[in-house]
Design a protein around this ligand. Structure first.
Ligand code: I24
Ligand code: DGL
Length: 271
């Protein structure tokens, strides 16, 4: 048993989709969440920047005495998981392997699609991860850079969103039976994506899949938390607390969250 919190990191608020799933599936666990909202989105950024920014978040979480780190961001996972994992002596889990494994399980035609940010697609990490597990599978990868801005401008229901989603996904329609939503924001466009791809295509939410793996890992290392009377989940944002609060409280359906601003630039764990 281990009552230390689980650390989650994300480029901004998108990782709250993973946090919500974690709180639902693992209610005894306490979380510390850091979202680098000031420097988000990471999707259009360079590999070097994403690595440096992710290290800032990792070091920040280590200073909070977390028992494991969840990279709740596909872009950070694609660029940094292997590098960070190698340096830490606590478990580090990303969202790519869980999403990839689930898609492999579900495909019947051996044709899997992946949609994600530019940086994630450029890294080719989903494709490589799937190929390592099964060389029989064909992977069609597609960057959908406009999807994040649609969600962040709260236009999910608009006609523009409908058009952008259907135009963007056109290259995949009819070519795959399973589609990985390889970005934290895409589950919010799920119904539009499903409509465009057709109802026979299975959509995989990498974040939700990752939480099942977190549970397995907690069991394996015997580091589950006890049930307690009170939980003090902590959320940190590198930008304003108010806009973060609005989204987090609505999304998690919890009031009065503990949210603080954090300066993490060049965050040093020795501090
Ligand atoms: N969803 C996201 N980001 C935003 C947003 C949103 N604004 C409305 N909704 N803004 O991501 C990002 C920029 N901000 C973030 C806070 O700090 C300053 C900069 C997806 C979030 C997924 C949990 C739509 C919206 C909402 C509430 C819940 C969910 C949601 F308003 F998608
Ligand atoms: N969180 C990012 C991801 O899952 C999406 C937002 C961004 O580009 O920062 O890839």
């Amino acid at each position: 048993m281990d009552n230390r919190p689980i650390g989650l990191l994300d480029s901004g608020v998108g990782g709250l989709t993973v946090a919500r799933e974690l709180l639902r599936q693992l209610p005894n666990e306490e979380i510390v969440y850091i979202g680098d909202t000031r420097r988000a989105p990471y999707g259009p950024r360079s590999r070097e920047q994403i690595i440096a920014f992710t290290w800032d978040m990792v070091n920040f979480l280590l200073s909070k005495n977390v028992k494991m780190i969840v990279m709740a961001c596909n872009t950070a996972t694609a660029m940094t998981l292997e590098i960070v994992k190698e340096e830490l002596d606590i478990p580090v889990i990303g969202v790519i392997l869980p999403g990839a494994s689930s898609a492999i399980q579900k495909t019947k035609t051996n044709k899997i699609g992946v949609i994600a940010t530019q940086a994630s697609i450029r890294s080719d990490e989903y494709h490589k991860t799937i190929a390592r597990k099964s060389s029989a599978i064909e992977v069609l990868s597609l960057a959908c850079p406009k999807f994040v801005s649609i969600v962040e401008s709260n236009e999910m229901e608009s006609e523009i969103a409908k058009r952008v989603v259907s135009e963007s996904l056109a290259p995949l329609v009819g070519k795959i039976d399973t589609l990985i939503l390889g970005c934290t924001h895409y589950p919010l466009l799920r119904s539009l994506i499903q409509e465009t791809m057709g109802k026979e295509v299975r959509l995989i939410d990498s974040g939700a899949e990752a939480v099942r793996d977190i549970s397995v890992l907690l069991n394996y290392f015997e580091i589950n938390a006890h049930e307690r009377k009170e939980y003090q989940h902590c959320f940190y944002t590198t930008a304003g607390v108010n806009s973060f609060r609005e989204i987090a409280e609505k999304w998690l359906n919890i009031g009065h969250l503990h949210i603080e601003h954090a300066e993490i630039e060049n965050f040093n764990k020795e501090k």
